[in-house]
Design a protein around this ligand. Structure first.
Ligand SMILES: NC(=O)c1ccc[n+]([C@@H]2O[C@H](COP(=O)([O-])OP(=O)(O)OC[C@H]3O[C@@H](n4cnc5c(N)ncnc54)[C@H](OP(=O)(O)O)[C@@H]3O)[C@@H](O)[C@H]2O)c1
Length: 258
């Protein structure tokens, strides 16, 4: 079987480590693996298929000979380096929000719109949606195909894992401090997250929604190819380590049962 040269960009992060273990679990035909992160990770090693690999520092020269790049180093870093990788002939699959709404870059959930993957040829990049959007559109696609969806009202209950490794640490530290009656430090979120729910994910926009809420609106419309579908979202961060929940209320064009 043909094997591919794969780079994981943001390899030391929560998403990057999941990428590495998914490549292992699925027995993906990896020939060579390159693990890339920031200068902070210089000297670290990560295990892939029982072998230790050094983490290398991401740079302009990182992508020579790399065929597939799995990117999750944050939006601004992807914006800077995904085009560099694509110019070297690497197919980039980007998990950040950097390219999701670019018209000529496909926004793909494999269970929903795999036919879009071929459009990676436009820029050499495939974007991956926001985590809350992904799980919602997987559930809604068969309903949309069968009876058409007119409007969606979604509320999310999102775990701290969605913010990355520093947020997991913050929930642990704050919970410990509160239970020990000690002062709490706030670094990652605008307010304390331990024993609290924050109805703000990302920044507020001019229309009063947060950026996370508008990601759900815009990405859902793009993936379902329904630019005028009525969608409203309320996204809330909850003190849960892993696993997002959602309540989704929909109105369909036709009756589901005749
Ligand atoms: N967590 C989720 O469920 C989730 C889901 C979908 C998408 N995303 C998106 O994926 C991205 C990463 O999320 P995460 O949860 O994995 O965050 P994370 O745990 O904080 O990890 C961030 C990763 O990016 C690397 N990085 C940061 N700055 C860098 C730089 N200047 N150059 C190279 N690498 C750099 C970090 O390397 P160091 O360790 O060296 O700092 C680390 O490997 C974000 O854009 C996020 O929105 C996250």
């Amino acid at each position: 079987m043909r094997k591919y040269s794969v780079a994981v960009v943001g390899a030391t992060g929560l998403v990057g480590t999941e990428m590495i273990s998914t490549l292992e679990q699925r027995n993906f035909p990896v020939g060579e693996i390159t693990l890339l992160a920031s200068e902070r990770s210089l000297g670290k090693e990560l295990t892939f298929r029982g072998k230790e690999y050094p983490v290398k520092v991401l740079g302009d020269e990182s992508f020579k000979g790399i065929e597939i790049g799995l990117f999750s180093p944050g939006g601004s870093i992807s914006e800077r380096f995904a085009p560099v990788a694509a110019r070297e002939g690497c197919v980039v699959i980007d998990n950040t929000n950097a390219f999701r709404m670019e018209p000529d870059i496909p926004l793909v959930v494999p269970e929903v719109n795999p036919e879009e993957i071929v459009n990676y040829r436009n820029k050499g990049i495939i974007a991956n949606p926001n985590c809350s959007t992904i799980q919602m559109v997987v559930a809604l696609k068969p309903i949309h195909d069968a009876v058409g969806i007119k409007r969606i009202v979604v509320s999310t209950y999102q775990a701290v894992s969605g913010t990355g490794k520093d947020a997991i640490e913050e929930l642990v530290t704050q919970t410990r401090a509160l239970l020990a009656m000690e002062p709490v430090e706030i670094n990652v979120y605008p307010h304390r997250i331990a024993f609290n729910c924050l109805p703000q994910i990302d920044v507020f926009m001019e229309n009063g929604y947060t950026k996370e809420e508008m990601k759900m609106v815009n990405e859902t419309r793009k993936i379902l190819k329904a630019p005028s579908m009525a969608v409203t979202a309320t996204t809330v961060r909850v003190p849960v380590f892993y696993g997002h929940s959602e309540s989704v209320n929909i109105e369909t064009e036709q009756k589901i049962t005749p």
